[in-house]
Write a protein that binds this ligand. Structure first.
Ligand code: NAD
Length: 416
């Protein structure tokens, strides 16, 4: 249960490892380990059966030193303030690693969207937007989709905000439909970034992705796109799992057909020509690459010893607990941390925000080319930092991020 988890504690542990190596100033340390703003709202919604339900929503702006807060909104029964704060902190480090002019934020609503109608979801989104409206805006805080939210939710958010401020404000959210100021390439951006990082890591580790065996946990926006792009490059996606079940085929799954099947059935379970597989079995597979692209805390001390992959690319946020990460590092498994591996989404979100503010839109190949350049640059800087300090990629990424935020914090000085 989320209330028993301590995702924020896991984030702090990661932060502290890098901050110690950097010999971070104790005052800056204090600033960077506290959320700047945490908003809790109650959102009453009249449900289709006439009853009124009150949903709890959160928005955390963890740090806004580099620019407006940036981060998704999650709809899930397990959402908690602890989780949202951790995700907001990770967004801070992610934006800094990718060198974007953004701070970190995150939002969430405790709800089960699978049990709600479109009308109920729209009402909830609009009420949540209205409740946090003073805190968001193109210069303040720019939300985006996350687990169980999508382009439509962003369209409702943007419309509600625009109605309140009296003009169309496209740049208040990213991940919008392309017809209303969204960026080409945004939907695929996180998965594309995961593909780029997997490719660069394999190059560094000296193995080819052609014929490489890949297992993917989670087949949503991130997992399905990463799987598809890697399959296009010749990798064999042997296993995919989701909330319900999983599928395995030693010869490689047909990812295009699996995407079509998943769209129709809302699960990969029962995909023809594949064996059934559980999440636990997925982690035990003899694969070259493992891509956790579902939720936090999936690789833990309970299953880390089963892992045989030589490369783990964290598509999800926080999928590996700190203790499990230590084991992986000690056993020579190359782990690319979430704040680098899944930064493709926020990078193209940044491109979307820039395009909205210019009122000038780029071609998809321009977006992908700029994403490619940003991801490769971030990978290179983190790799060099990790080598310089003789640490793993996670600590390397934190060193890069903390250093950037700390430098600007010092330059801006203390306002009191
Ligand atoms: P999504 O809702 O599109 O897909 C989530 C997938 O995970 C679904 O296939 C779901 O069935 C599966 N899943 C859920 N619970 C599971 C479980 N217990 N075991 C196995 N599979 C499970 O979400 P998404 O946008 O693809 O996000 C996935 C992860 O990536 C999250 O951690 C999110 O924070 C992170 N992320 C997303 C983006 C983005 O742009 N969408 C960007 C950066 C990071």
């Amino acid at each position: 249960m989320s209330s028993e988890r301590n995702v924020f504690g896991a984030m702090l542990q990661e932060f502290e490892g890098a901050a110690r190596i950097l010999d971070l100033d104790p005052g800056i340390w204090k600033i960077l380990t506290k959320p700047k703003r945490q908003i809790i709202v109650s959102c009453p919604v009249q449900m289709d059966n006439g009853a009124i339900e009150v949903f709890t929503g959160y928005r955390v702006q963890y740090n806004i030193t580099l620019g407006p807060a940036k981060g998704g909104i999650r709809f899930h029964p397990d959402v908690s303030l602890d989780e949202v704060a951790a995700l907001a902190a990770w967004m801070t480090w992610k934006c800094a690693v990718a060198q974007l002019p953004f701070g970190g934020g995150k939002g969430g609503i405790i709800c089960d969207p699978s049990k709600m109608s479109q009308r109920e979801l729209e009402a909830l989104t609009r009420r949540y937007t209205a409740e946090i409206i003073d805190a968001v805006g193109p210069d303040k805080d720019v939300p985006a989709p996350d687990v169980n939210t999508n382009e439509q939710v962003m369209a409702w958010f943007m419309d509600t905000y625009s109605m309140h401020v009296g003009h169309t404000a496209t740049a208040v959210v990213t991940g919008k439909p392309v017809e209303m100021g969204g960026s080409l390439g945004r939907r695929e951006a996180t998965g594309r970034g995961v593909m780029i990082i997997t490719r660069e890591s394999a190059k560094y580790l000296g193995f080819s992705l052609v014929g490489a065996r890949v297992a993917v946990q989670g087949f949503g926006n991130v997992g399905s796109v990463a799987a598809d792009l890697l399959a296009n490059m010749g990798a064999k996606i042997v296993a995919v799992t989701d909330w319900n079940s999983g599928v395995y085929n030693a010869a490689g799954l047909d990812i295009k057909q699996l995407i079509a099947y998943n769209r129709q059935h809302r699960t990969v379970a029962g995909f023809p020509g594949a064996e059934t597989l559980t999440n636990a079995e997925l982690f035990r597979l003899d694969v070259d690459v493992l891509i956790p692209a579902a939720l936090e805390e999936q690789i833990t001390v309970a299953n880390v010893r089963d892992i045989k992959a030589k490369l783990i690319v964290e598509g999800a946020n926080g999928p590996t607990t700190p203790d499990a990460h230590k084991y992986l590092h000690d056993h020579g498994i190359f782990v690319v941390p979430d704040i680098l591996a899944n930064a493709g989404g926020v990078t193209v979100s940044y491109f979307e925000w820039v395009q909205d503010r210019h009122g000038y839109f780029w071609r998809e190949d321009e977006v992908n080319e700029r994403l490619e350049a940003k991801m490769c640059q971030a990978f290179e800087v983190v790799l060099q930092t990790a080598q310089k300090f003789n640490v793993d990629m996670r600590v390397g990424a934190y060193i890069v991020a903390i250093n950037r935020v700390a430098t600007v914090t010092k330059l801006r000085g203390m306002y009191a």
